[in-house]
Ligand binder design. Sequence first.
Ligand code: G6P
Length: 607
Amino acid sequence: MCGIVGIISTQSVTKRILTSLKRLEYRGYDSAGISAIKNRKIERCRAAGKLSNLEQALVKQPISGSIGIGHTRWATHGVPSIENAHPHVSGQVAVVHNGIIENYQQLKEELANDGVTMQTETDTEVVAHLANAYLQAGMQPKEMMQALLSKIQGAFALLIMMAQHPDTLLAARKYSPLAIAYGDDEMFLGSDALALAHLSRKISYFEDGDWAIITKDEAKIFNLKNEIVERPSKITDASNKTPDKGKYAHYMEKEINEQPEVIGYTFASYCSPTTGKITLPKFKFCPSELPKLTIVAAGTSFYAGMVAKYWFENLARIPTEVDIASEFRYRNPVLIKNGAALFISQSGESLDTLMAQRYAKENGQNIISLVNVPESTIARESDTVLKTLAGPEISVASTKAFTTQLVTLLTMAVHWGELRGVLSDREAKKITDNLANLPSLLARVLSDDLDWIGASSELALSQDVIYLGRGVNFPIALEGALKLKEISYIHAEGYAAGEMKHGPIALLERGVPVVMVAPHDEWFEKTSSNLKEALARGARVVLLSDDKGIEKLHEAATWIFRMPRVHPILTPILYSLPVQLLAYHTAKEKGTEIDQPRNLAKSVTVE
Ligand code: G6P
């Protein structure tokens, strides 16, 4: 998703803006650009595609100045192209924007009536024209911002630079995230702390409706009512190190391999591995009296929520609903008084999830969030925050954030199960002992000499791949299919194994691969019947199972991946690994862009 950066300083800013844009690359983008003001003139350089293209363009067309703005664009309105890339310039104004100006059509018509011709297909361009027109009409920057913000609707993080005011940078936030970092004689603005942490660690976050007038010495922040406000600063936890892949070919491979370690850290932050005593942050309600839990999330985090539903219902007997974030508030959900709503988000910035969270808060729910970025908006607006200690996840396709979410959710379900008298201490301890042992099992799968490449080179030739799983592993079939689609662009469907006969079986013809997520659990016999149904129609089976399952089904499968035996309740965490590895190796085989797949963004800050 779009990333924005701005610097106002006494030194040249272009190189530092480029470095910040690189730190935002992980969000996903398809073009980029930088503007700076020199001698009261706006200079601009833009390029389609990767930041390396912008870097090359800057060599041919260097720009410099002590005030500048930069942008990585993830196309919403208008194709990815140089023309549509930000910054957008009109007269003496340059603008970068993350979000969507929802009333841009109406504003375009108004501007056209005033004789303005649009140069791009974007919604953002209207902001540059409006700001320029207001300045031309004699408004000062403060007045201009007030007029502009009363005119535009939608979601935005905006940075505005004015050629005639080279000592002032303007900023505004509504829904899309924006942070400011304080330097010595310089100020930095960016979409998140990661973009800024290498410049200064002292950071404040804008709240919705905030806007600001920033010079190199101070930031005057105003709220929606145009009153001056203070936004507390903190020393960010975001790393100032530039992320690197280490010995791995891709961030995704690195992050898959980090799982034993980060799962261990995350689990140890909630549960003493020796005593099994679980300590969770304080909730505003008593879990033993909770009438209902609503879980809301998007993408891979939604699948973590689906797994968690099994756990909360089975281990803690809490009525649990799981919703897709973008649907939740539009279906008028029944939210029980004193209920709790849990929002799962790696980035803590997915706008669909944030809006759902605000809706739940307005409707009296106790708000819990589970995030990997503790300074994120979703975390800041929660009553209770649970953290995954996955470390920065750079690959767009989520891996370690997902499994650390699962570990946290299972730990929480076990603890609530104990508090509600559903699980005995012994039963709870059995699960936490198994969780403590999980990192070593994951490490074993990673170091085992399994033929991922053999199976993946065949999957890479397929048009369709079906993933099947049952019970607590049904969401892992969905996640496996999502991972394959995301990074290899192969059509994949995840289905509940028993549901295959009600639809996807029609896709089965000779040779179609079917990936069976099938630990030898209470549903195994039924899953194996579904496998036979697929086999009878010529499917080739990739079997993910353990010793017992493989003993029963080895003749039916073309490829077998042997997983260690583990307590059945933990299988979704363990079986996430083979579906990630299959997707990774298939994409590698196909030569697709694994870490930044086409059209996808890591942090989706539009609805
Ligand atoms: C995007 C990413 C997915 C991610 C989803 C939810 O679609 O590409 O990998 O699962 O957003 O993100 P969140 O940060 O809220 O977990």
